[in-house]
Design a protein around this ligand. Structure first.
Ligand code: LRY
Length: 223
């Protein structure tokens, strides 16, 4: 059965290997806490964490980050990575749909193949309007602004979320637009909905206590 994303807050439960909260036990608990707090879906990375967050009973956007020295694309960069995500129980596959160089088939071909062979919705992480349009034409189910601020063309010292992109996408695309990346306060989440977002993904500011602690220390503790 195809699961769709309700309107609301999606919580990204991710912790890299160097984070003390790395691992499925912690991410599974994060997902339960997010569900109890009112989240409508969970984003999770890697088969083990995806399987663990399923216990919350919410739709799961699964990604599989695979880092390479040669290519900048790491969010579900291949069909095999998408297959692993679905095998672990993800309801929706998230993947990098930027035009950046990658190892293997281009993102647009990957979207088509995932839709046809795995029969799951595709959550396209993009950095601009052109990528969003191309991904939509290839059958993406959702478009997310996840990679705005993280490509060479969009990087900036400004750590603000790209609300202008949310608005541009929401007014031009026929499919739901998800705001993701640097939504670090409830007010910014509200602004994203006002800009036309169908849902908003928040990660760091809910599920990364190490980073939250750092920000309190940097901004609140006298030198
Ligand atoms: C660029 C990239 O790799 N973004 C990742 C995507 O899965 C995650 O590291 C982010 O935490 C996620 O997008 C949520 O964003 P924020 O943590 O800013 O709320």
């Amino acid at each position: 059965m195809t699961i769709s994303l309700p309107r609301g807050l999606i919580v990204s439960c991710q912790a890299r290997a160097d984070n003390p909260l790395h691992g499925p036990a912690f991410m599974g608990a994060m997902a339960l806490a997010a569900r109890d707090g009112g989240a409508v879906a969970i984003r999770a990375n890697g088969p083990d964490d995806i399987a663990a967050v399923k216990a919350a009973g919410l739709p799961v956007i699964g990604i599989h980050k695979i880092f390479s020295d040669e290519y900048p694309v790491y969010i579900t960069p291949s069909f095999a990575a998408a297959e692993a995500v679905v095998a672990a129980g993800a309801d929706i596959v998230g993947l990098d749909c930027t035009t950046r160089p990658r190892d293997g088939v281009p993102a647009l071909a990957l979207i088509r193949r995932i839709r046809q062979e795995l029969a799951v919705p595709v959550f396209a992480d993009v950095s601009n309007l052109e990528e969003a349009r191309a991904a939509t034409d290839c059958g993406a189910t959702y478009i997310a602004t996840t990679l705005s601020g993280y490509t060479a063309a969009t990087q900036s010292a400004n750590q603000e979320p790209d609300l202008a992109l949310v608005e541009a996408l929401a007014t031009r695309l026929p499919i739901p637009v998800i705001a993701e990346g640097r939504y670090n306060t409830p007010a910014l989440v509200r602004h994203a909905f006002e800009a036309g977002a169908h849902a908003v993904v928040v990660g760091t500011m809910i599920t990364n206590p190490r980073e939250i602690t750092r920000q309190f220390v940097a901004a609140g503790v006298p030198a």
